[in-house]
Design a protein around this ligand. Sequence first.
Ligand code: AR6
Length: 182
Amino acid sequence: MAPDAHERAFGTGTISLLRADITTLDVDAIVNAANSSLAGGGGVDGAVHRAGGAQIMRELRERYDGCPTGSAVITGAGSMSARHVIHAVGPRWRDGRHGERDLLRSAYRTAFAIAAEHGLTTVAAPSISTGIYGFPITHAAPIAVDEARTALVAPATSLRAITFALFSSGDLAVFSEALSSL
Ligand code: AR6
């Protein structure tokens, strides 16, 4: 395994790392870093609703009454290239002693489980919680890639490709290190 790899195979699938705006990716589903009221916001969430259009918020309001931290819900993707958006709610970082790691793990796990339940093959995810929610990315990246691997090696899963769309070269380097260390 070369250091700083950007792609690694697990089971019948692959984890890839990409520096990209997640809203531009042509995948079955993109994961959104949402909040528990599913009310929209800044960061990825703002970008997803801007790029996808008002249909996404309409569908969220019709189908869901919020979403607990550590869980996720699915909608269509409006006018984006992706087919679905999986809105995952990561924790706000406090001091690391309030279950933040387990909640982040659960947010990724639920998001990938929803993708598999829908028979999806390709999913892109951002680095949940490491922006506005302040989760240190050095703690978050190993959890993210570990959950992606778990999803890809699950028996009979439809998932074949999980791409992490990172916004900066620094974030990409941290995920790359975590992927190499898996
Ligand atoms: N594509 C990929 N990554 C992005 C994009 C994008 N278009 N935009 C930002 N990032 P954040 P959180 C990166 O703040 O920490 C919202 O208000 C960003 O640089 O989007 O989970 C919600 O409504 C960072 O690395 O999500 C919630 O209230 C990462 O995505 C709250 O923020 C996540 O940052 C959620 O905060």
